[in-house]
Design a protein around this ligand. Structure first.
Ligand code: UDX
Length: 474
């Protein structure tokens, strides 16, 4: 039988938050490079921010098969979305779902240049996309943009509920071991579970959401994960008992750089940022000694109180290490101003920006450590550059990731549940001075394994090829 030579057409629909949008754009570019037509669907809100701050349009101009489409998330423009995730989520289910179906059935996504949709790739936390895909008869592959280790914990929520291990409260003994997440019995504690498990309430919306949406994941044709086998192999083996068809194609941001090698002049691929990047920090880093700077950033959603900000600042200054600190304009609860003493007192040994070109920062030779909230993108970006971490997880998956960083992968220190200035100072000194060699050695080893997975014949390289072939057969 003659093979159909029309390239396939894939619709990619990320969860409308910075982290997922970031990694899904990278997946889109990888598919475009393989000659696949891609329609990338973002909410109007994300689209307007991309127009303001990113170079997406010029970046994707080179791919004739790429189109950006928009859809409403049903919320007013001034809604704080990421900060009120459950409201965003409910609105997506309620308002975006029917619009999504309408978009797929209206014929507007098909033209003389664009063949019918062969496959949908959507964030697996948006289970409504699978309902719609089934209704309109298009195969769907899920992407989860979190770690396999956290997703595995989500998969095991029913076990933990059945065994009575959750819920508990912040007042309970948080060092109690957790026994009903297979493969993690020797190191997982209550405090390492997603923060919503501490609510003391089984009907907590997040417990219900992550339990039900994760239970649904095996409904899709396959599951794409932004991770690599050498990092999360044992957990992936557990997950494959539920979801046999897993494509591990991470770290995506480096895979795309590998594929584009030679076409780009810097370590930067593209900016998908939803904030304006302050590139002056790169000039500042250029004047620092190798591996002397600790980079501090808590991602796109985490908030801190003014007291916490001051604890971090005192800890950083007292450590006597150089630091580059991202303080997002909206990240200090109740007051957007950086206190004058912090701004003034930082000048001697630090630099503060509102948003940094993070991938470039982590790849910079002056950066020797990362004080992070353990968001999955940040973790992978650090892992692949061989930068050891101090983890101060804020919520959700970050509590799990930080335990794996500290206890399983030995890539740094887990500082969860405190940011007392004395502890910040001690951990920064440990990471950057006292135990520097030990952490750099294990971080560089994992970075080497990560890069190997992306090179020809490596696990992520092969999984991407398999994904492309599977899409072509759909
Ligand atoms: C949250 C979760 O915690 C994360 O684990 C989940 O996968 C998505 O939602 P977020 O706070 O956005 O994520 O953190 P993270 O996943 O680390 O993503 C942040 C992204 O913003 C990274 O790609 C990082 O490079 C980028 N970033 C961050 C910048 O480009 N500049 C900055 O100054 C800070």
């Amino acid at each position: 039988m003659e093979k159909d030579s029309t390239p396939p057409h894939v619709l990619i629909f990320p969860l409308p938050l910075q982290g997922p949008v970031n990694s899904m754009f990278k997946l889109a570019e990888l598919l475009c490079l393989a000659g696949i037509h891609v329609t990338f669907l973002v909410t109007d809100h994300i689209h307007s921010r991309l127009l303001r701050y990113s170079d997406i349009h010029s970046r994707f101009n080179r791919y004739p098969g790429f189109r950006l489409e928009t859809i409403s998330d049903g919320l007013p423009e001034d809604h704080p979305r990421g900060d009120k995730f459950m409201e965003l989520f409910d609105s997506l289910r309620m308002n975006t779902k029917p619009l999504f179906k309408q978009l797929l059935t209206s014929g507007s996504l098909v033209s003389d240049d664009l063949p019918p949709m062969s496959c949908i790739i959507a964030d697996g936390i948006m289970g409504f996309t699978c309902d719609v895909a089934n209704e309109v008869g298009i195969p769907i592959i899920y992407v989860r943009t979190i770690s396999a280790c956290c997703l595995w914990v989500f998969f095991c929520l029913p076990n933990m509920i059945e065994s009575g291990e959750i819920p508990f409260t912040g007042e309970d003994d948080l060092d109690t071991p957790i026994k009903s997440v297979p493969g993690t019995e020797s190191f997982l504690r209550r405090r390492d579970l997603p923060s919503f498990c501490r609510s003391g309430d089984l009907s907590h919306p997040n417990i219900q959401l992550y339990k039900s949406e994760s239970e649904e994941n095996p409904r899709a044709y396959g599951l794409i994960l932004n991770t690599f086998e050498d990092l999360e192999g044992p957990i992936l083996a557990q997950m494959r008992t539920f979801c046999p068809n897993i494509y591990t194609i991470g770290p995506l941001h480096t895979l795309i750089k590998t594929k584009l090698a030679g076409e780009l002049t810097s370590s930067k691929t593209s900016s998908n940022s939803l904030w304006e990047e302050d590139r002056s920090c790169i000039t500042w880093l250029d004047s620092q000694s190798p591996k002397s700077v600790i980079y501090v950033s808590f991602g796109s959603l985490a908030l801190m109180t003014r007291d916490q900000l001051m604890e971090f600042w005192h800890g950083l200054v007292n450590s006597k290490c150089k630091f580059l600190w991202v303080i997002r304009p909206d990240s200090v609860a109740g007051n957007n101003e950086i206190p004058a003493e912090v701004a003034e007192g930082t000048k001697e040994r630090g630099y503060i920006v509102g948003w940094a070109p993070q991938e470039e920062v982590l790849a910079h030779p002056s950066v020797g450590g990362f004080l992070t909230h353990s968001g999955w993108n940040s973790t992978l970006e650090s892992v692949i550059e061989g930068v050891p971490m101090i983890c101060w997880p804020y919520f959700m998956d970050q509590q799990v990731n930080s335990r794996f960083v500290g206890e399983v992968w030995k890539l740094g220190l887990d500082m969860k549940d405190t940011c007392d200035r004395v502890i910040v100072e001690k951990m920064v000194k440990d990471l950057m001075v006292e135990r520097k060699d030990e952490f750099i050695k294990s971080a560089e080893h994992m970075a080497m394994l990560g890069k190997k997975s992306l090179s020809e014949g490596g696990s992520s390289y092969c999984h991407l090829n398999r994904l492309i072939e599977d899409i072509k057969l759909m």
